[in-house]
Write a protein that binds this ligand. Structure first.
Ligand SMILES: Nc1ncnc2c1ncn2[C@@H]1O[C@H](COP(=O)(O)OP(=O)(O)OP(=O)(O)O)[C@@H](O)[C@H]1O
Length: 713
């Protein structure tokens, strides 16, 4: 009988390249842990199943070190066993399978068997199933088969999951028909039927089944090997991914920590903000309350503002009207003030341009034992002087004198100044005023003019009145400037009482005004306040020449002239008013019989005599008035005969031994009182005129003034 099986020589090895074993180095590189699921591979205890059938020759050759090498006894024995276990059919079938493509192995069909089992699946021999009776899993079947082929105890080796599944599937497929029919079930439960050695066909089929199972197992193992080969790469990728994941995890953890810190910080911030928000809410509430109050106040104030605006408009209209009225009133006031000045000075004129006041001083406590003559006061302006000496009384006759005013010994400084102050007012109105005291030594001239600290005289009171009046005039639009000079005439020589320097001082006539004179090189001080002027007066008094006389322990031995210039300006009306006050404390006349310093006495008496002559010449209306015969009359020329209002005090002593001098003084004063001086003219300038002195100019009427004046008619 000729077998239809192909000859073993025709079997070719599968073309598929399969790695028979894992390289040791790769296994080692993968680490033992990488193959924990397949300890047998890692330990290289068992060869892979891929070497079992298809690659068996090559494997054997490799293991044997090639055919040329002499086989080891154990391997030769195994090969002999293998050779014994395999039948010729097996070998032929393997050769046929090797010739066919490995992916689709095909076997020749056996019609007789096929018809008996019905389909290809049923080609699994019942005998084999019977032989495998008692095993319900493909694993057991495969293990049995494997042990049959390789004669190795493979039961302990776990099969790959895919192979197990395939084997189970194949077993299930083969057992289905048997379990479906009674015959099949009987066959499966029957004892395994041994195939007779001569039944090659059965053996062939049995081997074919085994071959299929092994082939399936082989394919699964190849697949598993492919999967296992890719495991290191996957492992590396997984490790790389793991490292990346760990790095990412670290980053994420870092980020998480950072975020946690931020969350904590934000939580704190939220807490702070919440607290602040609470406070802000409270403040907002307070502010809202305040806002309501302020709003109410604002509304109230707005209404008030509206009322005030209306009131302001009314007031503005009223103010405009009042401003017009004020201008009218100012104008009327200015005109009335000018009229008052005119009337005031008219009264002064009616009283006389030169007025004479007689003052009889009281005896001092130290003089109470001195004999006094009798003064009989007929009225306030008439006094009768009687000598206690009967011989002198008969010789001099009745001595009755009339003056503008007679002041009793009991009259005070205040009483005196009440009569003087109207003249000071005239000086502010632009008139030249001259006040001098005449009398024998010790009669009270200095007391009347300067006074004592407890009883101020005419000069300090004049200063106070001037500054008080300037304040009132300022309200009327007038601004005043006061300049002061202090000089004395001693032995017909001029001295500057504000300077200790030796100066060449002369009395000169103003260039454009023959009625005005000035003193060259004299110190002129602009006075800002009464205190300043008092200081200057004190300095002048200290510089004045004094000496002891028979009638006065501290007699003034010179004529002292204090000159105050008053320059008033009305900016609105463009008017300038220039007035002056000459306050003269004459040296006391002295009898040559009692004189100690004859030259001094002669000079004083001569100057006083010249003063008498000038006044008498004015009284007699002589053509020539001898002003220049003495420094005193020359200096007082504008005050005596020109544009001036003059007040002369006649001071007399109450003592009997002064009777003769007192009578002479009183006679002189009485004659002056009767003297007629032309009507004084007010110095009034228009600001637009070139003749107006410059404001704050040092040049003035008392010094070197080139001013030309236009006088009122
Ligand atoms: N009315 C008076 N009441 C009180 N004491 C007076 C009065 N008049 C003058 N005396 C005093 O008389 C003395 C002499 O006065 P006073 O020095 O003023 O005289 P005089 O005329 O200036 O003298 P002389 O010309 O020598 O300077 C002074 O002590 C003064 O205080």
């Amino acid at each position: 009988m000729e077998s239809r099986l192909p000859k073993p020589s025709s079997i070719k090895r599968p073309a598929m390249q399969v790695k028979s074993i894992l390289p040791t180095d790769r296994i080692k590189a993968g680490g033992a842990g990488a193959f924990n699921t397949n300890q047998t591979y890692c330990g290289n205890l068992l060869p892979p199943l891929s070497r079992d059938i298809n690659n068996l020759p090559q494997v054997m050759e490799r293991r044997m070190g090639g055919r040329a090498a002499s086989p080891e006894p154990t391997k030769i024995l195994n090969r002999a066993k293998l050779r014994r276990s395999r039948s010729a059919c097996d070998i032929n079938e393997m050769r046929l399978n090797n010739k066919r493509p490995a992916a689709q192995p095909t076997l020749p069909s056996i019609p007789s068997k096929v018809s008996r089992f019905g389909n290809a699946t049923a080609t699994v021999p019942v005998q084999r199933m019977g032989r495998l009776a008692g095993t319900t899993t493909a694993t057991a079947t495969a293990s049995t088969t494997a042990s049959t082929v390789t004669k190795r105890p493979l039961a302990a080796r776990p099969l790959p999951r895919a192979a197990t599944t395939a084997a189970a599937s194949a077993t299930a497929t083969r057992t289905k028909p048997a379990s479906g029919g009674a015959s099949g079930g009987a066959a499966s439960s029957a004892a395994p039927k041994r195939i007779a050695p001569y039944d090659f066909k059965a053996r062939f089929h049995d081997l074919l089944d085994k071959h299929k199972v092994l082939k399936t197992k082989y394919e699964k193992q190849v697949e598993d090997m492919g999967e296992l080969e890719s495991l290191p790469t996957q492992l590396e990728e997984t490790q790389t991914k793991l490292i990346e994941t760990e790095s990412s995890l670290k980053n994420v953890q870092t980020d998480n920590d950072c975020l946690n810190r931020q969350v904590k910080q934000q939580a704190k911030n939220i807490e702070t903000i919440t607290t602040s928000l609470g406070r802000a809410k409270e403040e907002l509430s307070e502010l809202q309350t305040n806002h309501k109050q302020i709003k109410m106040e604002h509304e109230s104030l707005t209404a008030e503002v509206l009322q005030l605006r209306q009131r302001t408009e009314d007031l503005l209209r009223s103010n405009e009207q009042q401003a017009k009225d004020l201008e009218t009133c100012k104008e009327q006031l200015f005109q009335s003030n000018m009229e008052r000045k005119e009337l005031h000075n008219l009264v002064m004129d009616l009283r006389g341009n030169i007025r004479v006041f007689c003052r009889i001083r009281p005896p001092l406590p130290s003089e109470l034992d001195r004999n006094r003559c009798t003064y009989i006061y007929h009225d306030e302006a008439t006094v009768e002087l009687q000598s206690m000496d009967g011989q002198a009384k008969n010789k001099m006759g009745q001595q009755i004198f009339s003056f503008d005013q007679v002041f009793y010994p009991t009259s005070t400084q205040t009483d005196i100044f009440e009569m003087v102050s109207p003249l000071i007012q005239s000086a502010l109105d632009g008139y030249n005023i001259c006040i001098f005291a005449y009398g024998q030594t010790g009669s009270g001239k200095t007391y009347t003019m300067d006074g004592v600290p407890s009883e101020l005289g005419v000069i300090p009171r004049t200063v106070d009145l001037l500054f008080d009046s300037i304040k009132g005039y300022r309200n009327l639009g007038w601004e005043y400037e006061i300049k002061a000079t202090f000089l004395e005439i001693y032995n017909e020589v001029l001295y500057d009482l504000l300077s200790n320097e030796q100066k060449d001082m002369e009395i000169r006539m103003a260039k454009n005004n023959k009625n005005d004179i000035y003193v060259s090189n004299i110190t002129e001080e602009t006075v800002a306040d009464p205190h300043h002027l008092r200081q200057l007066m004190l300095m002048a008094r200290q510089n004045r020449a004094t000496a002891s006389t028979a009638g006065n322990e501290r007699s003034s031995r010179s004529h002292a002239v204090t000159k105050l210039q008053l320059i008033g300006r009305h900016a609105e009306k463009q008017e300038v008013s220039v007035g002056s006050i000459n306050l003269v404390d004459l040296a006391g006349s002295e009898s040559p019989k009692t004189s100690i310093r004859m030259t001094e006495t002669k000079s004083i008496n001569r100057s006083l005599s010249e003063l008498t002559n000038v006044i008498l010449a004015l009284l007699q209306k002589q053509d020539h008035i001898p002003y220049r015969n003495s420094k005193l009359t020359h200096l007082l020329m504008p005050s005596l005969g020109g544009n001036s209002k003059t007040l002369m005090f006649i001071n007399v002593s109450p003592f009997q031994d002064c009777f003769q001098e007192s009578v002479k003084s009183l006679r002189f004063a009485a004659s002056v009182h009767s003297c007629k001086i032309p009507k004084a003219k007010r110095n009034r300038y228009m600001a637009s005129s070139n003749t107006v002195p410059a404001l704050n100019s040092s040049s003035s009427l008392g010094s070197n003034s080139n001013m030309s004046s236009s006088f009122d008619k």
